[in-house]
Design a protein around this ligand. Sequence first.
Ligand code: AP5
Length: 253
Amino acid sequence: MTTTQLKAGETLSPVPPEPQAHPHRLVLLGPPGVGKGTQAELLSARFGARHVSTGDMFRAAEALSKSERTPTMNRAVEYMERGELVPDDIVLGILVERSERLRSGGGFLLDGFPRTVAQAEALDKCLARIEIQLDAVLDYDLPMAKIIARLSGRRVCPNCNAVYHIDARPPKVSGICDVCGTALQQREDDRPEAVRVRMDVYKKTITPLIKFYRSRSLLVRISAEGTPEEIFERTIRALQKRQNKAGKALVKP
Ligand code: AP5
């Protein structure tokens, strides 16, 4: 059972982003439903960086029928649907297979990875090998009640992965994807039982990860209160502040 077998669940565009003068290499951290994917999309549009979501990769595997999935995919999907983390051996296999993509001149936004210190250490090693450094680790924060509201109102397109919220980001026609016209669904792991597990897992794993990145002076804490656009502007300001301090001007005005 090799991780290569997860390749059929690939959702990342094989087309590399355009090379950028100052490519952004960022990790997005934060609890389930805080809005990491939403911010990654906005940041990707602004910076031209590749959005890499391990969750999207596992959901692509989930979208296949059981008979189409490899044993590795089935194993990953079972963990995901329960709300648990997929074991490190599977996740790290994916990293190895895709490490070339991190070298791309357009930069990257890692959404949902790393989630454990073992994954963070593996990422460090992988980036060192290709002589690339992270610019920052964005740590989004929001009170639990608001997170639950975001998760329970989320609807996703099973065909093109577009993400909506019934109140905050509704589709033009209720229940139908604006992009491809497919009927929207609730994510399997947004069921209340799975959400409880995901929150518990997050609470157990986040502290060592925060410590890891704080000790490398990479951590940038950002409030996830407000609209996606407000959070995006807050993120840009936080990155500018950090880069001004470091004497670089990476974020274009
Ligand atoms: P993953 O897909 O990474 O899930 P997650 O971390 O739980 O995060 P979510 O995708 O639920 O939320 P988000 O923060 O991206 O929020 P979103 O932008 O969608 O992982 C899923 C599973 O895969 C894991 O549980 C695990 O099993 C497995 N997995 C993945 N990576 C792994 C790894 N590295 N190791 C091991 N296992 C791994 O926003 C949420 C909703 O809120 C949306 O409806 C959105 O429209 C709305 N919204 C967003 N921003 C706002 C706003 N400002 N105001 C109002 N609504 C908003």
